[in-house]
Design a protein around this ligand. Sequence first.
Ligand SMILES: [Zn+2]
Length: 79
Amino acid sequence: MASNHKLSDTKRKEFDDHFKTVSDKLPACPKCKSKADVIPSVQGKPTSELQLYAAEGHVKLSGCCHRYNGWCKNCEQFI
Ligand SMILES: [Zn+2]
């Protein structure tokens, strides 16, 4: 199943490096009190590469109008 829409390792590394610093500053989830499942949330129109990265579960896209600190994968809610 070949696909042209695949995130390159180079780009993923770039995103990893960038969002690593973002993740470090994220607060713990107010509901489950854990940071373990909190990923960065990204506001605005994402690039196709960022969409692929989000599809892999590294970040959560929040759309154009809402701004959040992050997304808790455990509670499935923005925080
Ligand atoms: Zn939570």
